[in-house]
Design a protein around this ligand. Sequence first.
Ligand code: FRU
Length: 481
Amino acid sequence: MRTLEEAWEYVDVNRIDASEKPAFHLTPPVGWMNDPNGFSVYDGEVHVFYQFHPYSTEWGPMHWGHAVSKDMVTFVECPVALAPDMDYDCDGCFSGSAIEDGPNHIIVYTGVSNGRQNQCVAAGDGKAYSKLAENPVINGDMLPEGFSRVDFRDPKMWRDEDCYYLVAVNADINNKGQILLFRTSNLIDWQYVKVLEAHNADIGEMWECPDFFEVSGRHVLMFSAMDMSARGLEFHNGNNCVYTIGDFDRATYDYRHGDYFSLDYGLDYYAPQTTCLPDGRRVLIGWLQSWHSIHRPASQRYCGMMTIMRELTIEGGKLIQKPISELTNYRVDRVELRNQKISGTKRLEGISGRFIDMEITVKNSDFSRLIIQLAVDDQHHTDMCYYPSKQVIFYDRTYSGIQRDVACTRNFSVKSDKKELKLRIIMDRNSVEIFANGGEQVFSAQMYTPISADAIVFHCDSTAVVDITKWNIDMENKNEH
Ligand code: FRU
């Protein structure tokens, strides 16, 4: 069994220098990171825990890494919070969540042991966490017959008046994902309530990492669905993060879901989780990676990163995601170009970089293809090809330093009622996040291109007219405005 102390010491000796890492995306101090966990506000700070294997750049017995943020953009590393050091979690402390509960920061996570997955609680003060003597507090024997004791994980907890609730994923009698609801008044004696959402044949096989929360009076159910088959441009083959907007009856615990949509159309996105900030904003953070396209250059001594936080609202029956507003406090070196005509190949004065926040408005549509190439040098380029007739972007990272056979291309729809295409492109060394049409569509991907490749090049087969505003993001240079 691995102890917490061992993990702390290992991290202290092997911590990777910040200069090798993204500037404003959370990464592990060393080793492997997957799902965000315990995303919560406690004592005025935002806490992000994560699935963590300090000892290698590959998944292994899961610990919980931990970081805090005061401004939702910069992170301070905290000591590893949980290690798989008890009989009931010796095979891993899997994903879970956290809430502020009076003076306590309460964590609920999945303890894996002997091929079983059970739910466990730990309490802490924002720095150190102790597992309850009563663990596991929810075990498979509490489930109806036929429900899996093996696939039963990822509790997401909230508090409503005097009760605590959580949703967790489970495999049903046909081994398909379902979402179960539990409740307790004291965090120890939990009761199984019901199946909140039964398996839906269109939505993959097993489900993971559920979240259930309110936005504008509606209830959003979100989860990560494994092994889906592609459907139009909405879902791609493999693991997708999906959401539905519906209504929850607090008296009967009935949930009526709506249509299902993808949360992010990118090549690297999985297992997101939300929390509510003290000012009421519902924010989302995800793993900027996915199980089927894990890659890292041989020289990179960590694997995995989080997305930036995103603010969620509902418009027109869909979730809208906007980069956390506080990111604009780190914008410097503004370059603004209006009505630029792009014909053939063009580089624009001041438009380059790998740590950038860039807004592009494409003002006309009488051309067949506009290509925006990011992270360009003689050998590398990462392409966004916009086809206005189809309102589709074809993203291609074939030439972004990948030496493995991982997915490199994807088409995603940027359909909107708006006349002009608006893109906000955020790059942080080795990631790209694209927010199209004010956050109606979002796309996240990693790139592996050497950092020296920082040119941005435009091509159009006829003439595209664009407005561009670009800032560098500089963490040393905070300017509140
Ligand atoms: C999702 C997931 C979770 C599990 C965790 C293990 O990526 O498979 O279901 O708790 O990762 O690390």
